[in-house]
Design a protein around this ligand. Structure first.
Ligand SMILES: Nc1nc2c(ncn2[C@@H]2O[C@H](COP(=O)(O)OP(=O)(O)O)[C@@H](O)[C@H]2O)c(=O)[nH]1
Ligand SMILES: [Mg+2]
Length: 463
């Protein structure tokens, strides 16, 4: 059978800080403040799943059967080998009031005493005032497949006179684990990622046979968008078969009425009939009515079975006729562990991460999602090229105009100079002409040109 080795162990009911620290050490998680008041990210409780994958591109898929064996049908085996090499990490959280059989159920699930028998506090002893968070790490191996299992227990939940906000330390712990993962994602080296996020939260409902209690509704309402909720009816052996049926219907009606999302095993188109049937059976049993026991008792027909012995008979844990434990284990371990991990990563964590980053002011550059259409891209490039040419043309025009203006200016200047010179010369000529006219008139009138000089000469000549 399964070979098991425990990394850490803890005694149930006794807060073991060392265990808690060790559990966090790997992912450099710090334990969440037990009664700290970290406010949840805005819209954290009712946000919609943002599974925006964008519109699927209309690519024509060619479906054909290959003539020869190419080999990619072996891919699942490769994934299998890698998974076996790496092992799996799974974190399960158990929440519910004290004494509902949380520790017993975990021991029953993993077939060993992860939790030692409870040390019940003395009457009047201080039990602490807050919900505690304790985690136990165990490494389980079955047929060569390693599972690193962490069980997060929440002793103290619902145990006080005032249970207002007793869901808060639990929510804080879940968010602290998301934060630790986000921090790892942002590291430069992401090769050694430890996934300490809570993948499933088993919520124990007291088998009152009536309806959900306000504390149950409040807890589920606060946590349903943060974690995969798996409600179970604790100690189902205290109810008769009919009582269980009625109680289950009432619980589901309450859950629906309050709009609470519990984990629903999804079914897929390609599932084979057997898987679909299996899924259907699991879904029909939700909320699982469970009985836990880590004792072996003799059954009336002489077999040694895990169960609870009563004066009127034996309740067998592993008998589907007696309780839903087998179905719960099947879903949690055999059929849907990977689904729980995937849903945590793809939906719950993704939403938390988006809200957290948006609150920090990190925005998504939507242009990176823009489809690249070659024709549109070409047109865009052409337009850009044309705009560039136009700009160059404008610049050249401007330079040309400037040059023309300069030339015109120069021409105008020289024209003016020429005009001025022309005017000057004209004036000078006019002056000369006037002088000549004057001389001419004088000569014609017989007057000496230059009277003083002329008379002297004439006198001189006349003698
Ligand atoms: N009748 C009945 N008793 C149970 C069941 N599971 C656990 N118990 C008993 O309930 C008591 C408290 O169980 P425990 O696992 O310590 O509860 P926890 O405080 O929720 O962890 C123990 O005496 C168990 O033997 C169950 O399925 N049915
Ligand atoms: Mg316990």
């Amino acid at each position: 059978m399964a070979e098991q080795q425990y990394a850490y162990d803890s005694t149930d009911g006794v807060p073991d800080q060392q265990v808690d620290q060790a559990a966090y050490a790997d992912a450099s998680l710090s334990p969440a403040p037990v009664n700290g008041h970290v406010s949840p990210a805005p819209g954290s409780t009712n946000g919609d799943a943002s599974t925006a994958n964008g519109a699927a591109a209309s690519i024509n898929v060619i479906r054909k059967t290959l003539a020869s064996w190419v080999g990619f049908s072996n891919l699942p085996n490769q994934v299998h080998r890698r998974s076996v090499r790496r092992g799996f990490q799974f974190v399960a959280m158990v929440v519910g009031e004290s004494g509902l059989g949380k520790s017993t159920l975990i021991n029953t699930l993993f077939e060993d005493t992860l939790y030692q028998p409870k040390v019940i506090p003395e009457p009047g002893a201080d039990r602490g005032r807050t919900v505690q968070i304790e985690s136990i790490n165990a490494e389980i191996e079955e047929n060569g497949v390693r599972l690193k299992l962490t069980v997060v227990d929440t002793p103290g939940f619902g145990d006080f006179v005032n249970n207002d906000e007793c869901w808060k330390p639990i929510l804080d712990n879940i968010e602290a684990r998301y934060d630790a993962y986000l921090e790892q994602e942002n590291r430069v080296n992401r090769l050694k990622m430890t996934d300490n996020r809570v993948h499933a939260c088993i919520y124990f409902i007291q088998s009152t046979g009536h309806a959900l209690k306000p504390i149950d509704i409040e807890f589920m309402k606060q946590l349903h968008n943060k974690v995969n909720l798996i409600p179970v009816i604790a100690k189902a052996d205290t109810l008769t078969e009919e009582e269980v049926d009625v109680f289950k219907r009432r619980i589901l009606a309450d859950i629906e009425h309050h709009g609470i999302n519990i984990f629903q095993p999804p079914s897929y188109e390609r599932d084979d009939d057997e898987t679909i049937q299996e899924n259907h059976e699991i879904i029909s049993k939700i909320p699982f009515a469970v009985v836990g026991s880590d004792h072996i008792v003799p059954s009336p027909d002489g077999r040694q079975v895990r169960g609870r012995e009563y004066p009127w008979g034996v309740i067998e844990v592993d008998n589907e006729q007696h309780c839903d434990f087998v179905k719960l284990r099947q879903m949690l371990v055999r059929t849907h562990m990977e689904e729980l991990r995937e849903h945590t990563n793809d939906i719950l964590y993704e939403r938390y991460r988006t809200e957290k980053l948006q609150a920090m002011g990190v925005a998504q550059d939507e242009s990176v999602f823009k489809e690249t259409n070659p024709a549109a891209k070409q047109a865009e490039e052409r337009a850009m090229h044309e705009a560039k040419l136009k700009k160059m043309e404008m610049e050249m025009k401007m330079v040309f105009q400037q040059k023309v203006q300069e030339k015109e200016h120069k021409l105008k200047q020289s024209e003016e100079e020429l005009y001025a010179r022309h005017r000057e010369m004209k004036e000078a000529l006019e002056k000369q002409r006037l002088e000549l006219d004057d001389k001419k008139r004088r000569i014609e009138s017989g007057r000496p040109l230059t009277p003083e000089k002329g008379s002297k000469k004439r006198f001189g000549l006349g003698k």
